[in-house]
Structures are given as C-alpha cells and as structure tokens.
Design a protein. Structure first.
Length: 638
C-alpha cells in the first residue's frame, strides 16, 4: 500500500497534486451556511439549555447597540465574537464574506505550502487529510483554535523566511484572536515575541525590520480596538479577571477520564517528537528549541481549555483541533522518514480520529460540505434580524406585566437573556451579564456599581438557580443586596413550568454600604456565624502545591457548608475568588419560591435559619491553614 501511494505521487508532479489537494481542502472547510439562526428553547429542555444561546445573542446585540467592551460589556468573547458564533445582528454581509475568504486563503496557503515542501509525503498528506476530515466547516467556539493554529504556522514560517507576509498575517491573526476570544488571544503576544527573539538573536535577519514589526503590533492592535469600541486597558484587566475566575470555579469533572488520559498521552507524544529532533540536531538546536517553546504552550492551552471544564463539547474540541496544531508545524511530519517519529505521529492522528468519532460522528458530512448553496442563499437573505427566529416561542410573559413594563429597561437573573428577546423586552445588561461568570471581586464590584447607579434597570426578571451546584445567593452577592433593598416584588409567573419573579425598582434608591468593622485571621477548620446584617469577604490562599495544581489542572476543590439551627446542612461548590467577592445571609433559600419569601421578608419563619458557614477542602494540603476575613456591616442610606 505504501509503495502504491509513493508511485501514484511520483507519477504526477507533486506540486500539482499539492495544489489540487490544497484547493479541495480549502473548499471542504469553507462554510456550508452563512449565519447561525437562534430558535426558541424547546419545551421540556433543562433550564441550563438557555445559557449558551443567551450569551451568544447578548454579544451580538451588544455589538449592534455599539456597547463598549471592557466597561459596559465584559465576557470571555470580544466584540468580533460574531465571527465565531455566526450570529450577525448589525453585521454587514461583506464582513462575514471577507472573514471567510481570509480563512480560505490561510487554508489554501498552508495546505499547499506544507504539501509541496515535504520530505515525507505520505506522513504529511496523512496529517493534512486527518486535519481536514476532523475540522468542522463552521467552527463556532473552535474558531479561536483554528486561528491560533494559523498563527503558529506563520510564526514557524518566519523562522526560515525574510518576507513581510508572515508578519502581516501574524499581526492580523493576533488582532482577530484578541477581539474574538480573549482567553485564547491572551498568549498570542508571547508567541509573536518568541518568533522575533529567535530571529533577532539567532539569525541574520534585518533587525530594523524586526523592530518595526515589534512596534507595529501594539499600534495596529490599539487602533483596531478603538475602531471596535474597546476600552483597551479595561478589556485586558477584565479579561484577566475572567480567565482567572473561570479557572477558579468553572472546572468540572465529567465522565471523560479515559479521554483525559489519552489527551495527556498525545501531548507527551507530540512533545517527545520535538525533543527527539532537538537531541539529534547538531547545527540548529536553538531553532528547534524555539519551535518546542512555540508548540508546547499552544498545545497546553488546547489541553487546559478542553479538560478544565470536562464536558462533552470541550473534550471533543481537543481531539478535533490537535491534528491541525500538529500539521502546521512541519517538523512533526515533513522531515526525512524516521520510523519512531512516523509511528508516534500515526498513533497520535489515529487516536484523535478515534476519540472524535467516538464523541461526535456527525462532523464530517461529505454531502453537506460539498453543497455550498445554502451559504449563497443566506447571503441574499441576510439582514440585521435574519438570524433571529424566536417567534412564535414557548415563554410568554402575561399580557398585564408586558403592558406594565412597556419599553422600560430590564435585566434578568441568572442568565436566560433569550427570554427577554423572545418577549421583546428592552434588555439593558449589567457589565457581566450572566451571574455565573461574575467570578471575582473586581467583576462583582462592576455589577454592584451598575446596580447602584442611574443605569440600573427599571425591572428585573429573576429565577433562583445556579450552575454546578453553586449556591445562587453567592453568585453576585452584593448585587443581591441591591435587589433586596432597592427593588420590590411585582408579581410571579411560570415560564415552561418554572417560577419567575418580576421585580421593579423602588423610587428613592438606597445606597447599600458595606462598612468594614474588623479584619482577622480565620482557621480553615473554623466556622463563621451567619447574620442578616454581616457581610464577609474571605481571602483563602493556596499553598505552593495548590498553586501548581491550579496552573497544571484546575483550582483546588473547595466547598462551603451551610449549617442550619435545626441541624440540617447543605454543601455547595465555591471558589477562592468567589469567597473574596463575599458571602452573607442567615436565611436558607433553595428555590425561586424561597427567594420571593426573602424579598418580602428576610426574616421569614418559612425560611430555615442558617447558624454558620464552614469551609471544606477536598485536599487541605493545597490551601494555607489560615484565611483572612474582612467583616462588614450592611447599611442602607438614602
């Protein structure tokens, strides 16, 4: 079989074959539809099914409304997130077309370059075709991985190339990554700088040009951000908060232990290939060391994002996108044939293919990829509202409440923003517009300041739920205080069988002050008394082991136990950064019904009284034995 393919390739000029394969690959990866439509949540679906559609729609509407990222809107994704989600409210048709052509150009150039300049054709074609088969034609959340892979290619290409194109492409890709998804774009500057350092110190490259590229990147990036209404430093600051907070609390342990072990094995195999090249290389060790330093962080980012929140979607992405990461670095497949490296690559690619098919066997549909008619039909019909197909829907607001609200501003807790758009409510978002993602003190304080300002909404729709067994009151605890003292309960109604409360802002808003009264050390094994008038901010510190665990895997596991006066107790997941945001409350709430009672009377006898809070670590060695507690008195002022 191997001899047959070799003769077939030698029969035709390899450049023609490379060009044809590259064209075919770029065509198959070109989107088969133009935009993603947003449909109503079907009846009977779990409540969390509204989470992802809500943030995607909210980001698209924020772009349409011209909101400022980093101050008015804070999220993992940036203003160009619509290039990933393909929900194009307020996006002109040509923007999508230009982006799609940009992706197609990268695919065509990369495929042709690697197919036509290889000393190991069988392995290169095998790697390239595996990447083409596994990559989706519409990547959605995986678009940032594809762009990162492109960036790796152009940086690697610049190692052996003095032309300007690799640097132009790097700057464009960094700008796109930075403004599409911050947590992936975060490390792009490091990769760019790494390539320049290698060229500056270890080659005879034109150093003036290298300085020009170095200075050009921030100029172009800042200009790009201004054009997109990004508060540059605010975007970076809040972006770091989002990344650190996500790692601290959003980890999840799904039933994917086998996949994680094989993912780790694949990462070690790929690093082993590069190490073997470094060891055997005699004249260009530094070059291949820099390639190792380029690939390892990128591969770790892919692994970390996949297995921190270990759910079906994230785990699948690791096996789906690792082949393109391997393909864009030619050292993995294009060097002269060595049996051990070829075997390692073959095992890696087959493993990716096996687990991707095992997790999702619907991605590569040849008929759908060959038929691009829907793409061009969608172009003709694209408008600001063409993606919105929310009417009719299954989540009607009672007519009396709809009339009372009118066009006044409204917000919703914890995340079902789609519900507001389905009912044509004037959604005015808080900066971190879904409660679960207000992970840190900085993010929580931004929302708290919003709710104490004149920008606070007139109405709030509220359901008392949270993700991952978190206690809902401790997601945005300070904002809950503002809701308690500055809003009144208007009514309740059911949405798809679940109770929802409607709150209205009171006249004569009260300023909720947290007055510090003392600061003290707290033993992790001790308890804190619960009170309606006391607010705690707790600074839990990781040990060295805990810090290492947080970087390599996820934040150390932490639980908070609510101990009731009647002997009942409830355990919830919590993170160190959420504890820094604060906790309070002496009445236990387990549902929206309980929240309604709390809004009406915070000392209601119908609510079980909490005696104290107690922290618990699964692995105490990952934490310092002492925490710092800042205790506040809650005061209301006109």
């Amino acid at each position: 079989m191997k001899a047959f393919f070799s003769k077939l390739i030698e029969k035709y000029d390899h450049r023609v074959l490379a060009a044809l394969t590259a064209i075919a690959g770029a065509f198959l990866l070109f989107p088969h539809y133009f935009e993603t439509s947003v449909y109503p949540i079907p009846r009977g679906m779990p409540y969390w099914h509204s989470l992802d559609p809500s943030w995607k729609l909210a980001l698209s509407k924020a772009w349409e409304a011209g909101r400022h990222w980093g101050s008015e809107i804070v999220f993992t994704y940036g203003p160009l997130s619509f290039l990933s989600t393909r929900i194009g409210c307020g996006v002109q048709t040509w923007v999508f077309i230009v982006f799609d052509l940009f992706i197609a150009f990268n695919c065509l150039f990369i495929f042709y370059s690697l197919f036509s300049h290889t000393q190991n054709r069988i392995m290169t074609y095998f790697a390239g075709l595996t990447a083409i088969i596994l990559l989706p034609s519409v990547a959605d959340s995986g678009m940032s991985h594809i762009l990162l892979a492109f960036l790796l290619f152009w940086i690697r290409r610049s190692f052996d190339n003095e032309k300007i194109l690799p640097y132009v492409m790097q700057i464009l890709l960094i700008c796109l990554l930075f403004t599409i998804k911050f947590n992936t774009g975060l490390f792009c500057g490091f990769f760019f700088l790494l390539g320049l350092v290698y060229k500056y110190f270890f080659t005879n490259a034109n150093r003036k040009m290298l300085w020009t590229y170095l200075l050009l990147l921030p100029v172009v990036l800042v200009s790009f951000c201004r054009m997109l209404q990004i508060d540059f430093w605010g975007y970076i600051k809040t972006g770091f908060e989002i990344v650190s907070g996500y790692n601290d609390i959003m980890y999840m342990f799904g039933p994917f232990k086998t996949e994680k072990n094989f993912g780790l094995l694949l990462m070690l195999l790929s690093l082993g290939i590069l190490i073997s090249i470094i060891r055997e290389e005699k004249t260009q060790k530094k070059k291949y060391l820099f390639i190792f330093l380029l690939f390892f962080p990128a591969c770790f980012i892919l692994f970390k994002q996949a297995f921190t929140r270990m759910d079906y979607q994230h785990v699948t992405e690791f096996f789906r996108y690792l082949p393109i990461f391997l393909f864009v670095i030619p050292e993995f497949h294009s060097r002269e044939r060595t049996q051990n490296r070829n075997l390692a690559m073959t095992v890696s690619l087959f493993t990716c293919f096996f687990f991707d098919r095992r997790l999702d066997d619907t991605v590569f549909n040849l008929d759908r990829r060959l038929d691009k008619s829907e793409y061009f039909t969608n172009i003709a019909g694209h408008s600001d509202t063409s993606a919105i197909k929310l009417f009719p829907h299954n989540s009607e607001i009672p007519d009396s409440l709809r009339k009372a609200i009118g066009h006044k501003s409204a917000d919703i807790f914890p995340w079902n923003i789609q519900f507001l758009y389905e009912n044509r409510i004037n959604f005015v978002p808080r900066p971190i517009f879904q409660s679960y993602s207000a992970y840190t003190r900085v993010l929580e304080n931004m929302n708290f300041a919003h709710y104490l300002s004149q920008r606070a909404p007139e109405y709030v729709f509220y359901q008392y739920v949270a993700v991952d067994n978190r206690y809902p009151l401790f997601d945005e605890p300070k904002v809950h205080l503002s809701l308690k003292y500055n809003y009144r309960l208007v009514d309740t109604f059911h949405v798809q069988g679940l109770l929802m409360a409607l709150l209205e802002r009171k006249k004569g808003t009260q300023n909720v002050d947290l007055v510090p009264v003392r600061k003290y050390e707290f033993q992790m094994r001790d308890s804190l008394p619960a009170s309606d008038d006391i607010f705690y901010e707790i600074d839990v510190r990781y040990s060295i082991i805990g810090k290492m665990h947080s970087v390599i895997k996820n934040a150390p596991e932490l639980r908070i136990r609510l101990q009731h006066e009647n002997g009942q107790q409830n355990d919830y997941k919590i993170g160190a950064k959420l504890l820094q945001s604060g906790i309070f409350g002496a009445r236990f709430m387990n549902s929206t019904y309980d929240f309604v009672r709390w809004m009406q009377d915070s000392t209601s006898a119908q609510l079980s009284k909490i005696r104290c809070f107690r922290l618990g670590a699964k692995h105490p060695s990952q934490f310092s034995s002492k925490a710092i507690v800042t205790e506040f008195i809650i005061k209301k002022q006109k």
